[in-house]
Design a protein around this ligand. Structure first.
Ligand SMILES: [Zn+2]
Length: 480
């Protein structure tokens, strides 16, 4: 079976056939950095991180480009509201996004272009559109002429006569058609600007993505991704201007569903308590990643603390098996460090051949993560049975399989970043120290000095270490 993906442009799940065999180019609309990310923003990062991992495990050489929109109406508004320079707001929030992607274990993109670094490419694209009769300068702005492109509306499935006016009101009176959108916005006092043949100003959002995507991935590339809220007008406009200019642009369009709160799309005002920086102080980042990644990427997620807690519990069940199996095999420790699973070319990703066929089939079917996780949970159940029966060889085999599957989803508790996050070898030291204490506790019990044994356990507990006695001897983990 080959990978099949849902293409918004055709509204079908169809075979993914890369432009160049063995390679895949992916452009993901990244952050508009006017505020730090909440989980609604970062869900897109997690969904497409799973896609990138799956493309790589499937043997493709992936070029992953995720942009940063660092100049935009919303950034200028945020900057003026707080009395800071626009670039300071953009820098600060870009760092918050990077932190959030990193803390949730998203692989870094191969390139992360910023809009303000690509104005020459945008000017070239505007020139091509004006020369080919698809754009016009008026009142200091440059607009794309929607009526000049007869496929306009096809991506988002709208008929032109039903479309609303473009929401960039700048220079609205100079537009030939209310649906025409700004490629370039003429300079206004107090705003940053760049000089162009059509006067000073700043780029329109849609133009930025077309210029950056084609610079790094070529005029025609494989996959364009983003949140469903970007389908119209952003992606419709990107596609229109790039195709009108003569580029093939994206061959597949993938859209992730949104995170809703109380039935509404999460907004800045609703989502403050759900900022990633705040949430990872409440739940472990790996559990937050499991929560955001477990649904099918095209489904909406209705956020609730209960659903998050359920997801965390489901992850702990999987993690518990992996850690116990690794301890029983003597390849790991209480904090869960073990040898890697081999993997493909230093990426830390598993080999496709190490994955159960049902798991592969699920991900090949438009990244059906819920079905893939069902396979993970089944193998965990089998593994727990093997452990309980003292079948170490069986447990080892199931643990290896579970870890390989988790590696694809970015959730292997014994692999980076979860196992070694910033500990620079300290977890080995902690392991040795806890073992010293546990050996003393065993010695106290052996001589029937139970108060001394209990005191050691209590002291460990006070230090944040939970001890559990198992048939194989005491094991420990950090209290949660
Ligand atoms: Zn974009």
């Amino acid at each position: 079976m080959t990978l099949r993906l849902h293409d918004t442009a055709t509204r079908t799940v169809r075979d993914f056939l890369p432009l160049t065999p063995g390679k895949a180019g992916l452009y993901l609309c990244g952050a508009t950095v006017q505020a730090p990310p909440h989980i609604g923003h970062i869900r897109s990062g997690v969904s497409f991180d799973i896609l990138v991992r799956w493309l790589k495990v499937s043997g493709l050489e992936v070029t992953f480009c995720r942009n940063v929109t660092d100049i935009d109406d919303k950034i200028l508004r945020a900057a003026s509201a707080e009395g800071s320079p626009w670039w300071a707001v953009a820098e600060r929030n870009q760092r918050a996004f990077t932190r959030a992607y990193d803390v949730l274990g998203c692989l870094p993109p191969d390139v992360e272009p910023r809009a303000t670094g690509h104005v020459p490419e945008m000017i070239t694209l505007i020139r091509r559109l004006i020369d080919s009769g698809h754009a016009y300068a008026a009142g200091g702005d440059v607009h794309f002429e929607v009526s000049s492109y007869d496929r306009y509306g096809a991506l988002s499935g709208q008929r032109p006569e039903h479309m609303r006016a473009a929401d960039d009101i700048e220079g609205g009176s100079a537009k030939r058609d209310p649906r025409d959108f700004a490629l370039w916005k003429g300079h206004k006092p107090g705003e940053p600007y760049w000089d162009t043949p059509w006067g000073p100003g700043r780029p329109g959002w849609h133009l930025e993505c077309s210029a950056m995507a084609t610079k790094y991935l070529g005029p025609t590339f494989d996959i364009h991704g983003g949140g469903l809220d970007l389908l119209f007008p952003h992606h419709e406009n990107e596609l229109a201007q790039s195709r009108a200019a003569g580029d093939g642009f994206a061959r597949y369009w993938l859209h992730n569903g949104l995170v809703n709160l109380g039935g509404e799309k999460m907004s800045k005002s609703l989502g403050n308590s759900l900022l990633v920086d705040a949430m990872v102080t409440e739940v472990r980042p790996v559990e937050l990643r499991y929560y955001l990644g477990q649904a099918h990427y095209r489904s909406g997620i209705e956020y609730s603390p209960e659903a998050l807690a359920e997801a965390a519990a489901a992850y702990r069940r999987i993690e518990g098996f992996v850690v116990r199996a690794s301890e029983a095999a003597g390849t790991g420790t209480g904090t869960g460090r073990a040898a890697g699973t081999g993997g493909t070319g230093g990426t830390g990703l598993p080999l496709a051949s190490s994955l159960p066929a049902a798991f592969v089939a699920a991900l090949d079917d438009d990244l059906a993560v819920p079905q893939a996780l069902a396979v993970v949970h089944e193998v965990v159940t089998e593994g727990n049975t093997a452990l309980a029966a003292g079948d170490q060889a069986g447990a080892d085999k199931q643990a290896e399989s579970v870890r390989a599957m988790l590696g694809v989803l970015g959730l292997d508790p014994l692999a980076a970043p979860w196992a070694t996050a910033g500990d620079s070898g300290l977890s080995d030291v902690v392991e040795a120290l806890v073992r010293v204490a546990l050996d003393q506790r065993q010695a106290a019990r052996a001589r029937k000095d139970y108060p001394a044994a209990d005191a050691i356990r209590d002291q460990l507990h006070a230090a944040g270490i939970v001890v559990e006695d198992t048939p194989a001897g005491p094991r420990w983990e950090l209290a949660r």
